[in-house]
Design a protein around this ligand. Structure first.
Ligand code: HEM
Length: 473
């Protein structure tokens, strides 16, 4: 049946959900000493996306170290739903922790449970309406700054949008505008620096006093100072003003009565800024790029915007009706998931797909590889938001679509990110049609997030309501 995923017979799922029997394989092209370091560095997406053909669990060598890519959705679930056995940890996290602190994203299982209980209320669905109001204001001011025929550096515009939204929802009244400007300035420098440090095999270059390293240290120092200042301001005022920061400051665990220290809060704020900005900005950039190359999809999005919004900009209350925009975001997440490769470390001896893993073994999962697997998504290269119509989505195997992860480490900001991207897409569709600047070629840039690289587009005002004759803006 068209639109139904095919799972290889050897790995068809039993009623218990366990693969029978999963296959193991080795990634081809391994070199002595280097292992698969060269293809992983030079063309990681192509290299990884070819691995499901070699098995459900495929061994890769990162230099001398073994790592295993879980290619079958059931194995991905097995790993993600057992966070005690497959924890955050290992060499990558050891590098990232000193840079971003021990927040939700990096903390180990034992600390994570309390942290998550304390942060979760800040992401309760009852908060989304007030966050969405900030999103809508910022989206409107971005759209107001665009001019017909003047090309936009969309990457920079969307990054500024998501940084402003996340910063304003974190620090609504505390120190206001200055924090937003500082974060906007520092965050890109910090993100670039973190990615370089994560991928540097030796870690020596980062210690030299080069201008780039000095900029990185200065941005980190400045951002920490801004965050510390806002935490102190928030503690002094004692007010619960509904922003994320005051929720973190006031958080108490019901069981133990424990709360966060200032240092804990700083780590959480850093984590939210890092995890919540580049991810949403890059999915939006990809969505706009894809729409500009798929007029039939773009038309459906425009039709929906006209039908639901009739020329006005969307608000929180419109979200449930913006079905097509949401499906377009979901389909973009399948093709270009910002978090394209993630890792876990085995904490005990265990077995996965028949492979005996020792403590410290690295297990990887890649929403990108899963999303491109023709056994899971028929015609996987096709941008088809209607895959996510309920009747078709029901045939997608559990564990195949995990752009936000799964289990207790699932993205805490999934609803936030989806709301922001959906509102932005619907708002842009109401006012503008974006066209690629002639001659631009976009190639995925797999860095900290899966970016588009430089993305310049030309905005053209959109007419809505056939024959209504109104031109926006
Ligand atoms: C489209 C946008 C986003 C995508 C694709 C995304 C993706 C992800 C993924 C895949 C994970 C799980 C990582 C793992 O399994 O190791 C994650 C975790 C996380 N994300 Fe997101 N994210 C997005 C937006 C956001 C936003 C808007 C925020 C906050 C404002 C956020 C905050 C976090 C945090 C704090 C974690 C760690 C959760 C935990 O371990 O408890 N993310 N995200």
């Amino acid at each position: 049946m068209a639109g139904t995923a095919r799972i290889r017979p050897s790995t068809r799922l039993s009623t218990t959900g366990m693969a029978v029997p999963p296959t193991k394989g080795n990634a081809p092209g391994r070199l002595p000493v280097l292992g698969h370091a060269i293809p992983l560095r030079r063309r990681p997406l192509e290299f990884l996306a070819a691995l499901p053909a070699h098995g459900d669990l495929v061994e890769i060598r990162l230099g001398p170290q073994r790592a295993y890519l879980a290619c079958h959705p059931e194995l991905v679930r097995q790993v993600l739903l057992d966070p005690r056995t497959y924890d955050k940890g290992g060499p990558l996290f050891d590098k990232v922790r000193p840079l971003v602190g021990n927040g939700l994203f990096t903390s180990a299982w034992a600390e994570h449970r309390l942290q998550r209980r304390l942060v979760q209320p800040a992401f309760h669905s009852s908060r989304t309406a007030s966050y969405a109001a900030v999103m809508c204001e910022e989206i409107e001011s971005m759209l107001d700054s665009w001019e017909e025929g003047r090309d936009i550096d969309l990457g920079a515009a969307l990054h500024a949008l998501t940084v402003r939204v996340t910063t304003r929802t974190l620090f609504s009244t505390t120190i206001g505008g200055r924090a937003v400007a500082d974060v906007q300035h520092c965050l890109p420098v910090i993100l670039r620096g973190i990615y370089r440090r994560m991928t540097s095999p030796v870690g020596l270059l980062e210690r030299l006093p080069t201008p780039e390293n000095r900029r990185f240290e200065e941005a980190r120092r400045r951002l920490r100072a801004v965050i510390d200042e806002t935490i102190q301001g928030c503690r002094r005022s004692g007010a619960e003003n509904g922003d994320l920061l005051s929720i973190l400051v006031g958080a108490r665990d019901e069981e133990s009565g424990e709360g966060f220290t200032d240092e804990d809060i700083r780590d959480q704020v850093m984590t939210l800024l890092i995890a919540g900005t580049e991810t949403t900005a890059s999915v939006l950039a990809w969505a706009l790029h894809l729409l500009s190359r798929h007029p039939e999809v773009e038309k459906q999005l425009h039709d929906e915007a006209d039908r639901i919004l009739a020329g006005r900009l969307p608000a929180f209350a419109d979200l449930p009706a913006l079905d097509y925009a949401r499906r377009a975001v979901t389909e973009t997440l399948r093709l270009y998931p910002p978090a394209w490769l993630l890792s876990r470390t085995a904490t005990v001896r265990t077995e996965l797909a028949g492979e005996q893993l020792k403590p410290g073994a690295i297990v990887l999962y890649s929403p990108y590889v899963l999303g491109r697997n023709p056994d899971l998504f028929p015609d996987p290269g096709r941008f088809d938001p209607d895959r996510w119509l309920p009747e078709r989505a029901a045939s997608v195997p559990h564990g195949a679509m995990v752009p936000f992860g799964a289990g207790s480490r699932k993205c805490i900001g999934d609803a936030f990110g989806l709301a922001e991207a959906t509102l932005a897409l619907a708002a842009i569709s109401t006012r503008w049609q974006l066209r690629p600047v002639p001659g631009t070629t976009i190639r995925p840039k797999p860095e900290a997030a899966l970016g588009t690289g430089p993305l310049c587009m030309l905005p053209q005002p959109r007419r809505f309501g056939a024959g209504a004759g109104r031109t926006n803006p």
